[in-house]
Design a protein around this ligand. Structure first.
Ligand code: GLA
Ligand code: ZN
Length: 683
């Protein structure tokens, strides 16, 4: 998988859709010259080009793509070549309706939109395989080919008869017998016990939507189906081009709910094991009205860190916008300077690229107002183009950082299983479960202090971290409990909370309540989980101060832990809310209540000091100034980013060198609004 490493440049470019402009030769000609001017070195070709590559069944028209390949190569550029399965040609849907998706209401869709195929359809799989093989045969040895981009933003589920048969086969393989499913899903409740396999259907409003274990398995099944479809896609590529790395672009979600979190639809932890390089499409809601720019930056940082952590190696930002998106509720332009700032943030967290959707704005159809490097004015003189070009110049000046690693001592566990199970189960407060959002609250404490954090799954190795945060890890397998126990015994520091370890792998409660393993780790036993209305508050004391709590108060009894905080109100007044337990060489903390960030800051401070986690560059970290670092060849590289409209003064704890100018920077650094400086020091 050499090609990403071979190129010493950060990849700068993005989706290029010449297939939309084949009747406009003057545009295609202009593109190449303009790309040079914008300091673009990488383009993603062919994402939705199937109908341009195979306009009729079995009739292939690669000539236009040949030409673009040559031109990109002549420019010294890389091609990330997409397989076109994200958008089927019309003729295929018409001739073979089975390729179209069937929804949960049993309604088969017509051609339309994109990303809406049936993953089981043998015809769709065959057609994808054929075109992918042709692409590999034709371009596999082309020197410009740098990476495969498989399909586009895989997502969604199909409920057709074939997918249902696959679902049953998947369940048979997993459970072996109907008895095991009846037990795992607790089907005796409402007397739903299965007596034959043909009764086992997917969850649907037409039938079952309340069987939590089924919902959870359906999500897992869809991840596996998608991966299986993907493996069929990459088979010819692996065979014909074993040296070309393969990726598929992951997503984030939540924009219109004021959230920004990794997409919950597919288990990317699992999917990442099948790609060579993780890549994702990043569209934070910059300059929104509901939070500061720094707060949006914190959320964006969290998602970057999660995508870094999946493989703990440099990832790619496969898409981002140089200006506006077109599908937010309100689509705000990036303010002058914000494009460079927010793109530098991608690199700061471990990306080796800044790629855009898209190079040239389309003339019509659904995304004609989505931002692009080249706008409808076709000009190199506008602000967006100029900022992109300037960013490209800066990337060239900091190329020595390409491929750099990260040194991280703190990790947060996020599990897709746990998220799915907690979101879908009954009980508690519907709007207040907020699992990833709560993890982000914990993350924010570290982000504010410029302390790097990985966001890992339960499958990762915990031993590499000094501090492990596992709040709200609702679904927990026995293996995870053992791993946590080992981690703490060996000297690790663990923080967990209410909602942790409540259910097993299939969303069944543990018989007898909270598992002994967890009681032994934390030295406590939960008694009740009390829900608070959104306007209701309790209060805890901690370190001589009072802190407000909200949403959840778990009432716990202590077996042998130290009590650090107690509830102040209600019928559980005076009972423990924060505990600390020594186990082996390590320590396990338990937070029984949901708190605000002010408490979390104070809570983590002594832990940060004791474990010596504090970041090394700024003497006093500033919330609006984020400093993130990467390491390579004996150097530590600091990206110092000002996410505010004010000039910021940062006092430096050590002498550094500005990577772009070579000048020494010591004592103090003055940052203009939105400015980023990249400094290095010997490690
Ligand atoms: C996604 C898709 C792109 C485009 C962009 C912008 O990330 O992959 O094709 O639609 O969003 O909206
Ligand atoms: Zn299907």
């Amino acid at each position: 998988m050499a090609r990403l490493d071979v190129d010493e440049r950060f990849w700068h470019g993005g989706d290029y859709n010449p297939d939309q402009w084949l009747d406009y030769p003057e545009i295609l000609k202009a593109d190449m010259a303009m790309m040079k001017e914008a300091n673009i070195n990488t383009v993603t070709l062919g994402v939705f080009a199937w109908s341009a590559l195979e306009p009729e069944e079995g009739k292939f028209t690669f000539e236009w793509l040949d030409q673009i390949f040559e031109e990109i190569h002549a420019m010294g550029g890389n091609v990330i070549l997409a397989t076109p399965s994200g958008g089927r040609p019309q003729w295929m849907s018409e001739k073979y309706p089975e390729v179209n998706r069937t929804d949960e209401m049993n309604c088969q869709h017509r051609h339309g939109f994109r990303h809406n195929h049936c993953y089981s359809s043998p015809i769709y799989r065959e057609k994808v395989h054929i075109i992918n093989q042709k692409l590999a045969e034709r371009y596999g040895q082309h020197p410009a080919l740098a990476m495969w981009h498989i399909s586009n933003e895989y997502s969604g589920e199909c409920y057709c008869e074939r997918c249902q048969a696959n679902w049953r086969a998947w369940l048979k393989k997993k459970y072996g017998s109907l008895e095991a499913i009846n037990e795992a899903w607790w089907m005796r409740f409402w007397g739903g016990t299965y007596s034959s396999w043909s009764q086992v259907l997917p969850p649907s409003p037409l039938g079952e939507t309340k069987v939590h274990g089924m919902d959870l398995d359906w999500k897992r099944f869809n991840t596996d189906m998608t991966i299986d479809f993907y493996l069929n896609e990459i088979e010819p590529l692996r065979r014909l081009t074993p040296d070309v790395p393969v990726t598929t672009n992951f997503m984030a979600e939540g924009h219109d709910q004021h959230d920004f979190i990794p997409l919950e639809g597919l288990d990317y932890g699992k999917f990442a094991q099948h790609v060579d390089v993780v890549s994702w499409d990043s569209y934070p809601d910059w300059h929104n009205r509901y939070e500061s720019l720094a707060e949006t930056a914190m959320k964006s940082a969290y998602v970057h860190d999660q995508y870094w952590s999946l493989k703990q190696q440099p990832f790619l930002v496969m898409e981002s916008t140089p200006s506006v998106v077109n599908w937010h509720q309100y689509n705000k332009s990036k303010r002058p300077g914000a494009h460079i700032l927010t793109s530098m943030q991608q690199l700061a967290h471990g990306s080796d690229s800044t790629l855009y959707f898209q190079w040239r704005q389309s003339r019509g159809n659904s995304e004609k107002f989505h931002g692009a490097v080249v706008g409808h004015d076709n000009s190199t003189q506008n602000r967006v183009f100029q900022e992109v070009a300037e960013y490209g110049e800066r990337l060239a000046r900091i190329a020595e950082i390409k491929g750099a690693g990260k040194e991280v001592k703190v990790a947060i566990i996020f599990d897709w299983d746990s998220n799915w199970a907690l979101k879908r189960g009954g009980g508690f407060g519907r709007p207040t479960r907020l699992y990833p959002q709560t993890l982000q609250e914990h993350y924010a404490v570290f982000w504010e202090q410029d302390i790097g954090v990985d966001i890992i799954t339960s499958e990762h190795d915990f031993s590499q971290y000094d501090l492990l945060l596992a709040p709200m890890l609702y679904l927990m397998r026995q293996e995870t409990m053992m791993k946590l126990r080992q981690y703490v015994s060996a000297g690790g520091t663990l923080v967990s909370s209410y909602f942790t370890g409540m259910v097993n792998e299939t969303d069944l409660l543990y018989v007898g309540g909270w598992p002994d393993e967890l009681q032994e780790i934390f030295g406590i036993k939960p008694q009740e989980l009390e829900m608070l209305y959104t306007d209701e508050r309790n209060c805890i004391t901690f370190d001589g101060r009072r802190f407000e709590t909200k949403d959840y108060s778990e009432i716990i009894s202590v077996r042998e832990a130290d009590i650090l905080g107690e509830y102040q109100e209600d019928f559980y007044q005076g009972t423990p809310a924060v505990t600390k337990h020594a186990l082996g060489n390590g320590t396990a903390y338990y937070l029984a209540a949901r708190t605000n960030r002010d408490f979390l800051k104070l809570f983590y401070q002594p832990i940060i000091e004791e474990l010596d986690l504090a970041a090394s560059l700024a003497k006093a970290p500033i919330y609006e100034v984020s400093i993130q670092s990467r390491v390579k060849n004996g150097y530590i590289y600091y990206f110092v980013m000002n996410f505010s409209d004010d000039v910021q003064m940062i006092e430096l704890a050590k002498e550094t060198v500005d990577v772009e100018t070579g000048q020494t920077v010591k004592a103090a650094l003055k940052l203009a609004p939105y400015e980023t400086r990249i400094l290095k020091a010997v490690r």
